[in-house]
Design a protein around this ligand. Structure first.
Ligand SMILES: NC(=O)c1ccc[n+]([C@@H]2O[C@H](COP(=O)([O-])OP(=O)(O)OC[C@H]3O[C@@H](n4cnc5c(N)ncnc54)[C@H](OP(=O)(O)O)[C@@H]3O)[C@@H](O)[C@H]2O)c1
Length: 317
């Protein structure tokens, strides 16, 4: 079901004040500095409300990481290797992305940078959940990790069976944070119920300048409940449809006022400047796009007035 709010400005999101609240600005490391990434600019981090731990605001989506060809593996390895050097930390994957967990587990082991990454995965979207502990255990094996930073229940599948196990594993410090995800507005009622009833650290939801339905109730509720928010499909989904739509249209001159040099950065900065949003996870398989996206995690963020200006400009695209 398509939300009647899709594509419309969210009243509540626009009304949220204090966009800079909770945002920590810290200087990026010298090692991370380079002309491409604009990394002389300060790195933007936001706090995970349940712990106060700071996360860099631009993560990585990996639903295109289930590959076997040497060339494709090499490209993904480059991305994972450069993430921390460019200031990024959060890698989002899922059991549902074919062999992506296995690919990431192998590549991170080869690179040796597990300690520099915040790895988030998800429980299965289908299949047998009659042994929930075995289901969770499988992610550790595939990702070759002793501890998961975040385990999310994918699109609410098996919520009732899996949630108690996730809580136990969090208590045992095998999982650091627990979350639930969706990317469709027909699951927003379930997301609101979960935010009301469950002790969540994170939610993950779809949101972009073109798709603002989550801004009406979900994002304000998460802010109110002190739950961290990850944003998926920020560029319009696997085919990056918002960027296709932009084509070769020039950025407005005022984009420089928020340190934006590309349309991908324009879209990502719009998302991360929402006060409820902790981080955004654009999917990429290319080092050049990683550079571009990570640059959105640096410099100045749009304030409420600038967000309105961006929304108005987007209507002309
Ligand atoms: N329900 C859920 O839990 C759920 C649902 C959907 C997605 N997710 C998560 O969210 C992540 C993000 O969603 P998504 O990957 O589907 O869509 P997305 O992030 O909106 O867009 C990804 C597309 O944009 C392209 N792209 C990325 N950076 C670019 C740049 N700087 N310039 C030009 N093109 C660029 C990518 O191609 P290249 O590879 O060529 O860069 C890819 O085609 C997923 O990977 C996944 O981890 C979760």
């Amino acid at each position: 079901m398509q939300s009647p709010f899709k594509g419309r400005p969210s009243r509540r999101a626009v009304m949220q004040g204090g966009i800079a609240a909770g945002i920590g600005l810290a200087l990026g490391s010298l090692a991370a500095r380079g002309a491409d990434s604009g990394s002389a600019l300060p790195l933007i981090t936001k706090k995970i409300p349940s712990s106060g731990e700071k996360l860099p605001v631009i993560g990585l989506g990996t639903n295109q990481y289930s590959v076997t060809a040497a060339e494709e593996l090499a490209a993904r390895k480059e991305v994972l290797q450069n993430m921390p050097q460019l200031g990024g930390k959060l890698v989002d994957t899922a059991r549902g992305y074919g062999e992506a967990e296995v690919v990431i587990g192998n590549l991170v082991k080869e690179i040796g940078n597990r300690d520099k990454l915040f790895i988030a995965t998800k429980t299965p979207m289908r299949g047998d959940l009659s042994n929930p502990a075995a289901v969770v255990e499988e992610s550790f094996r595939r990702l070759q990790t002793e501890q998961l930073d975040l385990l999310q229940i994918h699109n609410f599948n098996g919520l009732n069976e899996l949630f108690p196990v996730l809580k136990e594993w969090k208590q045992a410090k095998k999982i650091r944070y627990i979350g639930v995800t969706t990317s469709t507005d027909d699951q927003y009622p379930q997301m609101k119920e979960a935010l009301q009833k469950l002790p969540l650290d994170f939610i993950q939801v779809d949101h972009s300048i073109e798709n603002r339905g989550a801004g009406d109730e979900i994002l304000p509720m998460a802010l109110d409940k002190g739950v961290a928010v990850l944003i998926n499909v920020p560029l319009g989904g696997r085919r990056g449809s918002l960027l296709t739509r932009v084509g070769d249209k020039k950025l407005p001159d005022w984009a420089a006022e928020i340190d934006v040099t590309s349309w991908a950065q324009f879209l990502l900065k719009y998302n991360i400047s929402h006060p409820a949003v902790t981080a955004v996870i654009p999917g990429t398989t290319k080092l050049s796009h990683l550079h571009d996206n990570q640059r959105a995690g640096r410099g100045r963020l749009p304030d409420a007035a600038m967000r309105k200006r961006m929304e108005a400009y987007w209507l002309t695209i």
